[in-house]
Design a binder for this molecule. Sequence first.
Ligand code: FAD
Ligand code: UDP
Length: 364
Amino acid sequence: MKFKYVVVGAGLSGLTIAERIANELDEEVLIIEKRPHIGGNIYDSYKEGILIQNYGPHIFHTKDKEVYEYLSQFTEWHEYVHRVLSYVDGKLVPMPICIDTLNKLYDLDLDEESMKEYIANVKEDIGEIKSSEDVVLKNAGRDIYEKLFKNYTEKQWGTSAANLDSSVISRIPFRFNHDTRYFEDKYQGMPKEGYTKMCENMIKNNKIHIILNTDYKEVIDDIEYEKLIYTGPIDYFYDNKFGKLLYRSLKFVTETHDLYSYQEVAVVNYPNDHDFTRITEFKKLTGQEYPNKTIIMKEYPGFDDEPCYPYPTEEYKNKFKQYKKLMDKENDVIFIGRLAEYKYYNMDLVVKSALNAFKNKIKE
Ligand code: FAD
Ligand code: UDP
């Protein structure tokens, strides 16, 4: 087989770059994907008539107009603003922290000014922020850390927030207002017909060829190519030369309930109860109407399933740097995506990274 471009991985990063190669350069491109479907972790499918996201809840949100307009070529959007509640001390409180969180959690009646005073009294005097634990202690103090962040983070990552890079919990804002949205981005929503449909639309070009159910290492020696675009785990690419990188994974367990509605909002977090981190009710994310039945998903973190998250500790950041030196020397391989770049990318940044790689390393 001969293809000028071969893409490893049919996740959002691989599909974006393949779409650009086929539609802008009018070149043939082969995608090799080890799973039985396209979309990677954004894959969704119907179960008992209800659209579920097989690898956990995905809400599209971005500040980036280019990314929003790029994906809008392949989908219309269901207008959805994500709101999360966290189950703490028998109450459901808004997450991220805002005035309403504290009022509900502590039975208070704070406004913006009095919340500032409250936080000023409880926050800890941490100098330089060195970890995710420091982020919360410095912004909101120990009780909020212990009630809302400590145990959730230990479940999610299998280690204390004190060992995790500050960037992890810095994803969550602290607000002195009544804004209970999870994301503040200008553009947010869900693909109207789902992510898989959006992905299918991205690769509707007969110059794009796909082989599913195949690890690229099984076939790559039989393919002649000029450029390889790799979106899989970077340690695997280099045969674990510097040792394995850690990727956190999740086990996703769905339940069907004969109810119209299971919970108040699409996602409820359980920091201190159960082994799972959160429950997602899909109809509330997608806006799908379905009488007397709903499907929920519980997420159990571990290390044994599909790699989901790069592991943001010093040890693995340093190990990745060793791989990065090799990556930078490659002329015929382009590395993009969450697993290859070992970055905690949201979907918009994955698309951005693929579009930039296309512009700077392929089109040039
Ligand atoms: P992936 O989707 O992992 O794709 C990589 C592909 O490569 C996979 O299909 C894999 O099977 C394939 N592959 C790997 N190795 C090989 C091999 N050897 N041979 C062939 N194929 C291979 N982002 C948001 O913006 N909003 C959200 O709400 C959000 N929620 C999330 C919730 C969860 C539970 C998770 C895990 C992630 C979430 N994300 C969210 C992030 C989002 O999933 C990623 O940014 C995005 O899917 C990454 O795309 P990717 O192509 O880089 O990686
Ligand atoms: N987090 C937490 N409690 C929560 C929600 C999040 O402690 O109720 C922490 C946890 O460490 C998590 C991080 O904040 O990994 C980032 O949360 P986010 O929702 O951005 O993670 P995602 O699910 O998008 O990866």
